[in-house]
Write a new protein. Structure first.
Length: 169
């Protein structure tokens, strides 16, 4: 079942908070947050979403099936003149919905947005080096590995490397 990909709305705030908290609680999650670290209020999340909506070099997307958010992707553009052209991307898909093409849909929509906007000419991201599925997806969409950050993450009692990947538009 294809997901509906759309821009996040302030009304999504509570559901996004719950979604991200659930993601953080996953054992061996490939995100740089540990259980209990994501504690935004609904009001704070609404402000974040408003900031994304107001910026010409940023976008916050959700993947929805029915009325449930099953994935999210954010591209946050630089705030300084020298870095406005570069947007840092982060994304996730709910554990129960992985390997069903939702990440591919989210990423395709983000790349399309970036190509259409005149404000962004570089998408960049960090991905856990162990996350082969995500690396494959990013490579499929034209991202290349630019470097490795050794021991950049400490999660579940171990140090992990991540990779820097980018897509030049």
């Amino acid at each position: 079942m294809p997901a509906t990909i759309r821009e996040a709305l302030p009304a999504d705030s509570q559901q996004l908070i719950t979604y991200i908290q659930r993601l953080c609680a996953e054992p061996d999650a490939n995100i740089a947050l540990s259980p209990g670290e994501f504690n935004l209020t609904v009001e704070a999340e609404q402000e974040i979403l408003a900031d994304y909506a107001a910026a010409d070099n940023s976008i916050y997307l959700v993947a929805e099936i029915g009325d449930e958010i099953v994935g999210q992707l954010q591209c946050k553009g630089g705030t300084r003149q020298a870095t406005r052209h570069a947007a840092t991307l982060g994304m996730s898909v709910d554990r129960d919905w992985r390997h069903r093409g939702i990440g591919d849909q989210l990423l395709a929509r983000a790349v399309q947005w970036a190509r259409e906007t005149l404000a962004v000419s570089r998408l960049e991201l960090y991905v856990f080096a162990r996350n082969e599925t995500a690396i494959h997806l990013y490579t499929k969409h034209g991202f290349v590995i630019e470097g490795r950050r050794r021991r950049s993450i400490y999660r579940s009692g171990q140090y992990l490397d991540d990779l820097i990947m980018a897509l030049l538009l």
